[in-house]
Design a protein around this ligand. Structure first.
Ligand code: TYD
Length: 393
């Protein structure tokens, strides 16, 4: 299916450059009938996406920060080798939100992060960070220099890397014989169930299922040994992989693979239905917005997420429909949304203006945001939601 020509989701535009031509690509996902890997056909290059100015900071969500400190705590408690020092590597370590728990516990760690904007924050906070892409070449250099790793982590990043086979061989060569590779990612099954088409954008080259992860890494000698559902990012999965035969597989793996088969995750009919539900949202959201603004109400956006870029461009929305988008990330404020040029403003402005309606583009952080905006809600502020379907709440 195609979501049309799209700009890079996080390539925010400085106002003085708003008349310049922006890089676009066709957002066209498909699924491989052989291995079950859901993927984008056209993939902009990683260096055009993860630039010096990449504006997504993991630490902006308190909920995500807590989520990652719990993950680190569980790994430290369950892995005795870490207590004697150990070695933990994170691929795409962003601003060091996850690695900081290992650093605090005195565990040897190293993050790979190609975007200087976020990597420099991690470095400033004392997190060992290599400002580069992780691949089989850098993996071999690290092994030579520091030895093999006990744990390799990739949270919301492995599906961002088109060269998945190179990642597989890099991880396999860098991991200890009894080490583990842990991936966390938006789960294909939940994306389909929620019609969360806005999870699709240039960075999400792959949206994983258990079946696809098991197939993709098996050829590199890595076995899927456990899966755990996570509520973050609107429905994610934590996949644990390990060198073949080094660990016992939990029943959860077989259960998930069976469930995916029964749900038809590999059948074209499933995706045809998904496409029809996306098209219904594309029809209903602009209609609702014009109805509400026709009644004289102000509509803004909440969260200049990467997801919002897909929604705005797919649904043909712009500054006529959404006055501005509030976002708590300093690096996003004062910038314009890619292609649609909707201005991004700070939270203080949102609270001052107190608009009647806000399209919740950061719907995956709703609990956290409801707490933050309870005053606005008490005054009658309403959310416009589009996932799983268009409603007002
Ligand atoms: P997120 O949904 O995590 O990711 P993506 O960009 O991958 O779609 O992005 C959340 C955005 O929402 C981020 O720019 C910060 C912003 N945000 C707020 O403005 N207020 C908040 O309370 C929270 C939690 C996030």
């Amino acid at each position: 299916m195609s979501f049309g020509e799209q700009p890079l989701a996080n390539a925010l535009i400085a106002p003085e450059r708003s008349s310049e031509q922006q890089l676009t690509y066709e957002l066209a996902p498909t699924i491989c009938s052989a291995c079950g890997l859901f993927q984008l056909l056209e993939q902009p290059t990683a260096t055009s996406i993860f630039t010096r100015k990449y504006p997504f900071f993991t630490s902006t969500s308190k909920y995500m920060s807590n989520h990652f400190s719990h993950l680190a705590r569980d790994l430290i408690q369950n892995d005795p080798t870490l207590k004697d020092g150990g070695f933990v590597i994170e691929i795409g370590s962003n601003d060091g939100t996850l690695l900081q728990s290992f650093a605090k516990a005195g565990i040897n760690h190293l993050g790979f992060e190609p975007s200087e904007s976020v990597a420099n924050v991690a470095k400033k906070n004392g997190i060992n960070t290599d400002i580069s892409f992780f691949n089989s070449e850098t993996a071999s250099l690290i092994r030579q220099k520091y030895g093999p790793a006990d744990i390799i982590l990739g949270a919301n990043v492995i599906g961002h890397i088109a060269e998945i086979n190179d990642i597989g061989s890099g991880v396999a060569s860098l991991l200890k014989d009894d080490g583990i590779f842990l991936i966390e990612a938006v789960y294909l099954g939940d994306m389909l169930l929620n019609t969360a088409f806005d999870q699709l954008y240039d960075e999400h080259v792959f949206t994983f299922s258990g079946t696809a992860v098991a197939n993709a890494f098996h050829k590199h000698g890595l076995e899927l040994i456990n899966v755990e559902r996570q509520s973050v990012h609107g429905g994610s999965m934590r996949y644990t992989l390990a060198p073949l035969g080094s660990h016992t597989c939990t029943a959860a793996v077989k259960n998930l693979l069976d469930e995916e088969k029964n749900r038809g995750l590999n059948n074209s009919a499933t995706y045809i239905e998904f496409r029809q539900r996306c098209e219904a949202i594309r029809r209903d959201l602009p209609l609702l917005l014009s109805e509400i603004s026709g009644m004289g109400h102000k509509i803004v956006g909440y969260g200049a997420t990467a997801k919002s870029t897909t929604v705005l461009n797919y649904c043909g929305l712009g500054t006529n429909d959404i006055a501005w988008i509030q976002d708590s990330t300093k690096a996003k404020q004062g910038m314009l949304s890619p292609q649609t040029l909707v201005p991004i403003v700070p939270p203080e402005y949102f609270r001052e203006v107190s608009p009647e309606y806000a399209v919740l583009f950061a719907w995956n952080h709703r609990d956290e945001i409801e707490m933050l905006e309870r005053e606005w809600r008490k005054k009658g502020g309403k959310w416009i939601l589009y996932i799983p379907k268009v409603t007002v709440a």
